[in-house]
Structures are given as structure tokens and as C-alpha cells.
Design a protein around this ligand. Structure first.
Ligand SMILES: [Cu+2]
Length: 152
């Protein structure tokens, strides 16, 4: 078993026993990023609409690499704000296709601009759980601009 797989398994078991498990260390996350075959990333997407996230629930599997495309199809700017989720993933980079790639180890929140703005996040979820994601601007969350990210 590769060490990154052991790490994922340890966090998955830990979270089941205790919901307040501290997030994986930066060194652990860096190890997962380095050992992951990013050519095998699964593409998933969330559209940010003025009335809600689509789909309202995103299902992921711990230990697998993902490319998450977040596109704003609404008339207002929106955030995807999910601090617990972002803390629990090994982040490789954020990418605006054909324009920029930003290599980073930790995302706090993501704002995507109205009417077609888009960004791809490359990451491996490390902890199983149900993570709330929402837009904190104005009353957007109350208007439904929120969703759930479920990692199994
Ligand atoms: Cu919003």
C-alpha cells in the first residue's frame, strides 16, 4: 500500500470516530500531491447559479484525484466558500484554462465572476464527511446559493 493511501485511510477512519479531527498537515498534503497520478483525475463540476448550486450535492471518493470545474452561470458574482472541505483536501493547483495555473497547498475560498467565469481546482479529498459549501455574499445563501460536498 502506498503511503498516501495509508494516509487517506487513517484520516477516513479518524473522521468516522471523531468529527473534529484536525486537518491533515501541510507535509502530509504535499506528499499526496507528489504521489498522485494527475492524469487519472476525474472531472466533476459545479455550476453557480443565482438560485443555487447545480448539482446541489457533489459526491466524491476519498483518496481519488479530481478536477473540479466551478462555473458561474448567474448574473451575480458568487463564492464557493467551504472552509472545512478546503482544509481537508490535498490541493495541487487552481487553473483558469488557457490563462493561468496557480500552484498552492491551501485554498480558503473561491470567488467566480458572473456570466461565465470559471476555474478548475485540482485536488485529492483526504477526509470522509459531509461539508457545507455556500456563498456568503449578501443574502445569497438564504436565496439558495449553497450546496453539500459529500466525501465517502
Ligand atoms: Cu453569491
Amino acid at each position: 500500500m502506498k503511503s498516501s493511501k495509508r494516509l487517506v485511510a487513517a484520516f477516513a477512519v479518524g473522521l468516522a470516530a471523531c468529527q473534529s479531527l484536525p486537518e491533515p498537515s501541510p507535509a502530509d498534503k504535499a506528499k499526496v500531491v507528489a504521489e498522485t497520478d494527475w492524469n487519472r483525475a476525474t472531472s466533476v463540476k459545479i455550476d453557480l447559479r443565482d438560485a443555487g448550486f447545480s448539482p446541489p450535492q457533489l459526491n466524491l471518493v476519498a483518496g481519488r484525484p479530481y478536477r473540479l470545474t466551478i462555473t458561474n452561470v448567474g448574473a451575480n458574482n458568487h463564492y464557493l466558500n467551504a472552509p472545512e472541505f478546503f482544509g481537508s483536501i490535498a490541493t495541487r493547483r487552481a487553473e483558469v484554462p488557457r490563462h493561468a495555473e496557480v500552484y498552492m497547498s491551501r485554498i480558503d475560498r473561491v470567488e467566480v465572476f458572473a456570466a461565465g467565469g470559471s476555474v478548475d481546482l485540482w485536488f485529492v479529498p483526504l477526509a470522509k464527511g459531509r461539508f457545507r459549501a455556500h456563498c456568503h455574499l449578501g443574502n445569497h445563501a438564504e436565496m439558495g446559493v449553497e450546496g453539500l460536498i459529500v466525501v465517502e
